[in-house]
Design a protein around this ligand. Structure first.
Ligand SMILES: [Zn+2]
Length: 193
């Protein structure tokens, strides 16, 4: 494998320190380093040769630790809370399901653009919410649902557990007829992401 040219290695997995070519032939790009005129891979990844520009790059693969970051859109289930904040068990970051559980905090001041008096108007325990991470200081993931596409994507009746459907006046339980309030997303009930 070490003697193959980068043309043959394109798309293949390469290891850190693996020789990719020489600077007389190729242009080193992302994921590479040059020593004594030789281009090596800096990471574990897939080698790529751009035939037009002769640029050689290596695109990192493998297990990237998935943790919520500021700006991440996450999905989670409301675990419970009080009138001023709830905790959310995050189970998805972006479009990736995660196995380890992170707990986010959604405060009433970050729940809606308009003023909200209590989290009871926003979500209830068991609801599925889509939120943005706005702070990760000290591994506490503060969430916001202020955008139109953020908020509750699935809500469950606190009386009977039925799925709530959005109506002009609040969220309606088709099973027991109860009407509740939520800060629902514009695409409520249409899928998780
Ligand atoms: Zn109900």
């Amino acid at each position: 494998m070490g003697s193959k040219s980068v043309e043959q290695k394109t798309g293949q997995l390469v290891l850190p320190g693996e020789r990719l070519g020489v600077i007389e032939e190729f242009v080193p790009d992302a994921g590479t380093f040059v020593k004594d005129g030789v281009i090596y891979s800096k990471v574990v990844g897939r080698a790529l040769l751009d035939l037009a520009t002769r640029r050689v790059s290596v695109h990192q693969v493998g297990r990237q630790a998935l943790i919520p970051k500021v700006g991440s859109i996450v999905m989670g289930q409301v675990a419970g809370g009080q009138s001023d904040s709830v905790s959310v068990r995050i189970f998805q970051i972006g479009d990736k399901q995660i196995s380890n559980v992170f707990v986010g905090v959604l405060h009433v001041s970050d729940a809606n653009i308009r003023y909200v008096d209590s989290m009871h108007e926003v979500c209830k325990a068991g609801d599925i919410v889509r939120a943005r991470v706005i702070s990760d200081k000290n591994q506490v993931y503060h969430l916001s649902t202020k955008d139109r596409d953020l908020g509750v994507v699935y809500a469950f009746c606190s009386n009977c557990g039925g799925t709530l459907e959005p109506r002009r006046q609040g969220m309606h339980c088709s099973k027991c007829g109860r009407i509740e309030e939520r800060k629902a997303t514009v695409d409520y009930g249409k899928g998780l992401i």
